[in-house]
Structure formats: C-alpha cells, structure tokens
Design a protein around this ligand. Structure first.
Ligand SMILES: [Fe+2]
Ligand SMILES: [Fe+2]
Length: 349
C-alpha cells in the first residue's frame, strides 16, 4: 500500500515513519514544504495542529488532492477532542489520538475501507449536520465530564438539523455519511438521532414531537461522559463490575441534565429510561410497560438498532436486516407494533 504522510513539523514525520514496518511504501511531505505531492496514494496520514486555521486550509487542499485515497487517517492531540470533529470535516476516515502506537495505526490502514462518497448537495447538507452534531456532542460530553451545565439550545439546533438532513436525503444517506466520518460514541449518538428522526418521520409525528424525540436522542447517552473510555471502548465481553459501571450512564445522564434549563420532562424521562424494557428487565428503575412512555419506546428501538449497525474498530457492522431480526426477537421487551412500524425505516433503501 502506498501511504503518504503530510505533517506540519518534520518530527511528526520521523515519529510516524518507524510505525509502518515493511508492508507499506511510505512517502512524506511537509505541509508548507516545497516538495510536490505524489500523484496518488492508497492512504493519507495527516499529522498537524488543527487549531491552526492555516493548517486547516492547507490540509483541505491536500485532502482534496488525494480524493481517491481509501483511508485518510488524521493524527490529533488527545487533549483536543474538537480536533477530531475538525478532522472529520476535512475528510478523515479515521482519527487517532497521540501518542499513536503501531497496532492502532496499522488497524486504521488495514480495516475495512469506507464506501465511496456520494457527491452533491445532499452530501454537503448531511456532512454539515453531522459536523454540527459532532461539535455539539463534543461540547456536551466535555461539559458533563467536568460538571458544567450543557447548552440545551445547541443540542436542539443540532438535532433539528439532523432531522432535516434525514427528511431531505433519507436515512440511508445519513447512515453512510455518519459511518464515513465519525467513530465511537459520537458515531453512535449521531446514528441514534438520525434513526429516531427517520422513525419519527415515518410515524408521522408532529413537528414538536419529532424535535423532542431527536433532541432526546442527542442527549440519550451523555451520562457516558462519566465512564472511562477504557471501559466504554473495551472490545469483547465486559465483566460484572464493568457492566454495572456502564449501566450507571442512564441515571448519570439524567442527573447531569436535570439542572440545565430548557430540557422538558419528557426528554429527561427518555434519557433516564432509554434502557428500560416492557418486561421490567431493563435499568435503572426496572420500569414495566405501563410506566414507559411512547417517546421512550421509540428511542429504545432506535438506540438498539443503531448500536447493532454501527461501525466500531473492534466489531464489523451488522446488516440492517440482521439488526431488524434481532429487534423482532425481543418480543417481551419492545413494543411489537412499533417494531413492525420500524420495518420501513430499517429495511427501506
Ligand atoms: Fe444508552
Ligand atoms: Fe445509546
């Protein structure tokens, strides 16, 4: 594989080069150097400070020049999570945080390639909505992690923009855009918001209900900001202690949001109860059918479906048909007439 590294400092190139081993042909240029970019490459690695506006402009040109590169890996500073959102806006397929190690870098190069980009206005609308959503999630998660209040108006705006993008271009397009540009918890939250919006639209919800549902989806996992990423992103099975820790996120999200102004009781209820099941086997309050609101039932279906189809580094995405089959098997837990109504969203392309 031909890999081209572009960096804003020579040290970044010399730090990265030894990590590739002998399987790849490596070329490199400095972001403001005189060397010409190669004609083409299979993968581009960008290592630059994305808080610098000149770097962003220069990387935009480089990223466009390597239009056909199947992988664009951006290496960013771990302390600046907003850099990740910026990297995705510049076309990153993977974002890695410093310090980068060899297995992570090679996994980014060797993992499944991303689907080709659709072109045109639809793509721009979806990318902008996804970027605004990711920036909003970034600020929301940082605020909750540090005990500050979230900006409810920002989340509502981002959710409405996502609902508009899904309404305009369809759910499949949203799915492709999010999978291509975002990873981890943000990918999950963006997918759940788009899925919930598509589901709400197919149910013919009134605008106010649709906004409530989409905003609840943006907020739903914000309690995960309190959980260490080593547990959240752990590949494979969780032990009992880790599972119990993850299960605190629903109540933690509710606790973090309840003090912020402008978040309706229905949305707070959905955040707290999106893991409750009709048969009483969910958490945190072990609610049963009569106590679970309609909005929550819709969000729960959207959440489970999104988690199954998302693209994680350690888990291949499940097909939409397989994911829908799993929902139909959750007879006692989910409202089956709603699952049936979800079929058109899940399977329709
Ligand atoms: Fe959750
Ligand atoms: Fe979730």
């Amino acid at each position: 594989m031909l890999v081209h590294i572009v960096a804003d400092h020579p040290n970044k190139i010399s730090d990265l080069r030894p990590l590739f081993g002998s399987r790849h042909v490596i070329t490199s240029t400095l972001l403001y150097g005189k060397d010409r970019l190669p004609q083409d490459c299979d993968a581009m690695i960008a290592a630059a400070d994305l808080r610098n506006a000149e770097n962003i402009a220069a990387l935009k040109t480089v990223s466009t020049a390597f239009k056909s590169a199947r992988r664009k890996v951006f290496v960013v500073d771990q302390k600046a999570r907003l850099d990740a959102a910026q990297a995705y806006a510049l076309g990153a397929t993977h974002v890695l945080f410093n310090p980068v190690n060899q297995p992570t870098l090679l996994a980014a190069l060797g993992g499944p390639g991303k689907p080709p980009e659709p072109a045109g206005d639809a793509d721009r609308v979806a990318r902008e909505a996804a970027l605004e959503g990711a920036v909003c999630l970034d600020s929301m998660f940082s605020r909750v992690a540090t005990g500050q209040q979230v900006d409810a108006a920002e989340a509502k705006r981002a959710a409405a923009k996502i609902a508009d993008a899904v309404g305009e271009n369809g759910f499949t397009h949203w799915l492709e855009t999010v999978r291509r540009h975002h990873e981890g918890t943000y990918q999950h939250c963006l997918l759940v918001t788009g899925t919930a919006a598509a589901f709400g639209l197919s149910l013919g919800l009134a605008r106010a209900d649709l906004e409530r549902l989409s905003t609840a989806a943006m907020f739903h996992d914000v309690g995960k900001a309190k959980i260490p990423s080593a547990v959240l992103d752990k590949p494979g099975r969780l032990d009992d202690r880790e599972r119990a820790l993850i299960e605190t996120h629903a109540a933690a999200g509710y606790d973090a949001l309840k003090g912020a102004g402008g978040i309706s009781p229905e949305i707070l209820d959905a955040v707290r109860h999106h893991h409750e099941y009709l048969d009483g086997s969910g958490y945190p309050d072990r609610l049963s059918a009569a106590d679970i609101a309609d909005l929550v039932r819709v969000l729960t279906i959207s959440d489970i479906f999104s988690a199954l189809i998302e693209d994680r580094r350690y888990k291949p995405p499940m097909s939409r048909a397989q994911a829908f089959d799993i929902l139909t098997g959750m007879q006692d837990k989910l409202e089956m007439p709603l699952v049936t109504a979800f079929k058109s969203v899940a399977l329709n392309r």
